[in-house]
Write a protein that binds this ligand. Sequence first.
Ligand SMILES: [Zn+2]
Length: 472
Amino acid sequence: MKVTRIAYSARLNPGKYAALVEQARRLGRVRSEVWQRYGSINGVGAGLRDRQVRDRWLADGTHARFGVSANAWKETVRDAMADIAANLAAAKVDVRWAISRRTTDPAERRRMFTALKADQWADDPFLSRQMRKHWMRGRNRTHDQIVVRADKYNTAVDGRGRLWLAIPGLEPRKMVRIPLSTTVAPTGTLRLILRGGRVQVHYQIDAATMRSSQRPCGEATMGVDKGYTEALTDSDGQPHGEQLGDLLTRESDRLKERNRRRAKLRSIANSAAGRGDHAKAHRIKANNLGTVKRDRQAARHRARVRTEIFTAVHEVVDKAATVMAEDLTKRFTGRKKLSKNVNRRLAAWTKGVTAEALKSVSERRGSALVHVNAAYTSQTCHRCGRFGRRSGDRFHCTPCGVVWQADVNAAINILHRAGDPDIALHTPHHKVKQILQDRTDRHRTRLPVQDSSPATTGRRANYPNRSTMSNK
Ligand SMILES: [Zn+2]
């Protein structure tokens, strides 16, 4: 398993940066061409590989239009084809859900899953309709990246101990040398991302070599619920990543305040331009509405949140050999336009990071991650199975007469879902509700004594329920 590391350029000369930006811009046109031609049902559906694309381009001379070296465009074609494949895989996840909703017949399901996996959906009307619906035609939005193959760059340390990375530039046989702010040389294929006058060098290392990967996992089986105040709560009732809420609230407040200030400055600049004072408008745009500082602050915040979430997941895996969790990648395919609301955008993003952390840490440390259907786990009582009322971080169950800590209640429900014989991962939301309601109804009719007093009805109703929860 691989994890991504990022090195940054240090005091890079602006001339070199501009040359790199130009190279990335031209490679962005290569990406756009790949998406344009192969980013739809007919492209990848036809089973084209990046090598075949390269051969075609060499044959028809497409490559000559871009003004970049052979290696640069070939690597970019490979990278863009991989992006298209990931885009396709995300669409297939949605189609799998659609298949589950359409039929309960196991043979029919298997037939469709197999056809989908083998990219043979074209002949099946339902599958091809679903693929057309979920596989939106993507387009390239990447114009600031350069991918460099492992044998095309080199690194060297100068007399003052500074590490330099040399990559091919636009001029043949001339390398662009980039000073780095680290002494650890990047390895393998590099992805250079150009942002705010700085070069980010992304590369992957083998996770097995990381110290945190050597840490053994625990022995327990545990459910976890994703929260906002804390990153995760486990079914023992222990919170993990307790700083998360504060980090997100502070960032959200800061962003709102900053956006307000920027909007004001923008309107001042616009009215200055309206009056004909273009110098002033330009000054404001250049000095007060730049993106360098903004992007750096955002990157720092993201790094802090990631650390908090990864630490939380490590703590859970310290205890658990098996972690039951909601599949957080669902409904987060990234194709829906993200909300303008700052809070919601941050929450959606942290959800993605939590999903990534659960998967990555489990794989590295050898614990099992089991996805369960989390429908209604935050709305039902883990003790009696009935629907209750959630207010803030409390969960009220009237029949039990108990107030649970809401996240702990949800985490325990998630743990129980793994052994639930009726609720599978893909059971639709409305069916889960029906199953849960049927269960509590069944218990109500089995009540030995009907009592008109609501308090005792509640308490009595408890007993038969407990027996059915024996799959604890
Ligand atoms: Zn209850």
